[in-house]
Design a protein around this ligand. Sequence first.
Ligand SMILES: Cc1cc2nc3c(=O)[nH]c(=O)nc-3n(C[C@H](O)[C@H](O)[C@H](O)COP(=O)(O)O)c2cc1C
Length: 372
Amino acid sequence: MALNVNEGDLLPALLRALKQPATPPLVESAPCQEVVEKSVDLESMPILTHTRQDGGPYVTAGIVVSDDPETGRNVAFHRLQRLDTRRFTARLIENRGTHRIWSRTAEDVPIAICIGAPIQAQLAGAISPSPEVDELSIAHALAPLPVVRCISNDLCVPAETEIVLEGRITHQMIDEGPFIDLTGTFDIVRSQPIIEIDCITHRADPIYQALLPGGPEHKMLMGMPREPTIYAAVSEVCECRDVHITPGGASWLHAVVQISKQTPEDGRRAMEAAFRGHTSLKHVVVVDDDIDLRDAQAVEWAIATRFQADRDLAVMPDQPSSSLDPSATQVPGEKTRTAKMGLDATIPWDGPAGPLAPDDFEQVNYFEDSGQ
Ligand SMILES: Cc1cc2nc3c(=O)[nH]c(=O)nc-3n(C[C@H](O)[C@H](O)[C@H](O)COP(=O)(O)O)c2cc1C
């Protein structure tokens, strides 16, 4: 609704914005700087503690803007654990944008944390394009997004943001966590960098946005931006019709890919491409275009009636994977590893006794088949 796009048109809208980013205009004054607080007190903000086990109060809806001297601006969500009146620690996933910048810089890394940023900026912050692509330009291609320069550093932030915390990621480390993750399980404690806040700017009467960790908003923001990247990868090898990241797979680890099968190999090719399009994907099911990929029962029906495990299953052991999966192998300092699985649940074209008839695999339509 915020982007003025129907649900079914969202994937094409995201694809268009990814293909044609547009530089956001710079404005001189902005709502997010109506009030400037140079004496910082993070304890005066309504930062929530969600469960007794949490490592502390957490900012959950903050997108972090930073600048890579080589590739330019980066924007990403990072959960932030409040340490005291002016410090946080944050989870920086290894080798993603913010971590890449921080790990290649000996000095503190200037950042701006935007809480209550416009929807298009939040969506873009959840996307992980190649490093030279500016997420705020993707956001501006989705819906207008003027930006303003920060007060204490040179970064630019969406002008309509509710609250901006300007600061630096230092190279001092501290334990971060435990905290609830996307899977609804507790993520482990890790040593992460300390962030110092130098200045807070906000609207005159700001709204503090919080996001329920592991809840539907978290899931939607994580999964939905991966659908276009899977779609683009699968489209390179066959005719992709649609992609759905399913909520049952924590909106991150499972996808259903719908194709219009043109050759016997398309199902397998689509499976392999889907893993390239979303490197954290763990399990993928490929279905034909008569299957409603958003209907879990219909997808299960396709597996039940079109899939043979000895022929249509691909298992890839010991793959680099998502750190969110508690059953994966996690070694501190190393990339998480998992087994991956793809199920080709498209109609098989050939059986042991020769070619098969596609009609045998189609669901009976009572109205058409009874001649009404
Ligand atoms: C609500 C939400 C919370 C997230 N929390 C974190 C986090 O704490 N740390 C992290 O590294 N990524 C987190 N992410 C994922 C990053 O935003 C995502 O990987 C981002 O696309 C990285 O982009 P980049 O590779 O361009 O930096 C979160 C995403 C969402 C939607």
